[in-house]
Design a protein around this ligand. Structure first.
Ligand code: UD1
Ligand code: MG
Length: 410
């Protein structure tokens, strides 16, 4: 099989976002937009992804420095999507296979759609294929022009459209698949002859068609997936759609989400079968929740919270960088941070781990089968042995453990 590569365009400054952060690093459900696009490429069998960076390139490159299948190409001036692809020339030269070209600002992309695009290209023996979308409101997108036989003629950018073209509802969501030699030839001929004075990638299609090569357009992208995020409102819309997908996936895996619109779960979270997530629960970061747990209402699980099975967390309970063993109970108003809470520990209402001394973070261990009464302040660093009994209202320091902590009756 020839090497399959992808280009992800992510160099634009994105004036419309009004931001210092590069657009593609803005997060959708806890992950930068770019990551969803990279993942979709990988699942579709892409071995190497060329990311075109420009605005904020150092931040993007630093973030993905460890991804060995990603290479970066700098586009010094953002002269348009066609120019962005031209900057990748040295990585494409000599390749006989195909290149997938995608936008880094379209996180709702699905790998299945990429597979459809690739299959269509192979079936039709096309030299270039694009996936399109039919939208109720196509404003802002490039419109697809077809002839009376349905063959694609080209793409006209919104700003370059005539009245008649503005009415076309089939749009370009930015999913291209080109035979590399054909693309390289077409790129040589693109000119910035349009309203924005930019080199448009979409012109590479016109050129390929004009040269008599077979170009296919397949209507394969669901309207909701096509959204390119160009401003903060679209970012919130993309996040909402992604949140629904995350929750649907969890529900398919046997998780009950009592009130989906009032629950927020990070894309990276893993939740076990028969766990119930009560309303107003917020799960942010790489959180793991085991089976048969009951979380919330109003629970807040943060980065690196790892819960075993049969854990019950109630109202206003916040967990961060902690491991909770099977059967742990913390039903009301608790903060557990940087702690290892072993099996069957009961944490009373209002108990907190005081993990920060103003300079450093410290760790707490609570041994299994221990009982921590209400309103305890556990001042880290702290090692509490198994079967301990801590009276309500205790302010506990390590040095006082022997005098203050009792043992649970067996
Ligand atoms: C582009 C398409 C349009 C399509 C829409 C889908 C062109 C000419 N237009 O328009 O047909 O409907 O996407 O969302 O291709 N970028 C660079 N370098 C540049 C310019 C852009 O890397 O010089 C990157 C941006 O960072 C972004 C992507 O390319 O990730 C798309 O650019 P954007 O400015 O958002 O294009 P649209 O106007 O949305
Ligand atoms: Mg865009």
């Amino acid at each position: 099989m020839s090497e399959r590569v992808a280009i992800v365009m992510a160099a634009g400054q994105s004036t419309r976002m009004n931001t210092k952060l590069p657009k593609v690093l803005h997060e959708v459900c806890g992950r930068p937009m770019l990551e969803y696009v990279l993942d979709a490429c990988r699942t579709a069998g892409v071995q190497k992804v060329i990311v075109v960076v420009g605005y904020g390139k150092d931040q993007i490159m630093a973030r993905y420095a460890d991804d060995s299948d990603v290479v970066f190409v700098e586009q010094k001036e953002q002269l348009g999507t066609g120019h962005a692809v031209m900057c990748c020339r040295e990585h494409l030269e000599g390749l006989k296979g195909q290149v997938l070209i995608l936008c880094g600002d379209a996180p709702l992309i699905r790998s299945e759609t990429l597979k459809t695009l690739i299959n269509k290209h192979e079936q039709e023996k096309s030299r270039a294929t694009l996936a399109t979308t039919v939208m109720d409101d196509p404003s802002g997108y490039g419109r697809i022009e077809r002839d009376s036989y349905g063959n694609i003629q080209g793409i006209v950018e919104h700003n370059d459209c005539s009245e008649k073209q503005l009415a076309i509802q089939e749009i370009n969501p930015g999913y291209f698949y080109f035979d590399v030699p054909i693309l390289l030839e077409a790129l040589k001929k693109i000119t910035p002859n349009n309203v924005k004075n930019e080199y448009y990638l979409t012109d590479a299609l016109h050129i390929t068609i004009a040269e008599g090569h077979k170009v296919t357009a397949v209507t394969a992208v669901a309207p909701e997936d096509a959204m390119g995020v160009n401003n903060r409102f679209q970012l919130s819309q993309a996040s909402k759609i992604m949140q629904q997908r995350i929750q649907e996936r969890l529900m398919e895996n046997g998780v009950t989400i009592v009130d989906p619109p009032n629950t927020w779960i990070d894309a990276r979270a893993e939740i076990g079968q028969d766990t119930v997530i009560e309303p107003f629960t917020y799960i942010h970061g790489q959180v793991k929740v085991g089976r048969d747990c009951r979380i919330g209402p109003f629970a807040y699980l943060r980065e690196d919270a790892t819960l075993g099975s049969d854990v019950v967390l109630g109202v206003f309970t916040e967990i961060k960088s902690s491991t909770l063993g099977d059967g742990v109970r913390a039903r009301h108003h608790s903060y557990i941070g940087n702690a290892d809470v072993r099996e069957n520990v009961n944490i009373g209402a209002g108990t907190i781990t005081a993990n920060f001394d103003g300079k450093n973070i410290h760790h707490t261990t609570i041994g299994k089968d221990s009982f921590v009464g209400s309103g305890a302040v556990l001042i880290a660093p702290l090692e509490i042995s198994d079967n301990s009994h801590i009276k309500p209202g205790t302010v506990l320091l390590q040095e006082d453990i022997d005098s203050v902590v009792g043992k649970e009756a067996k």
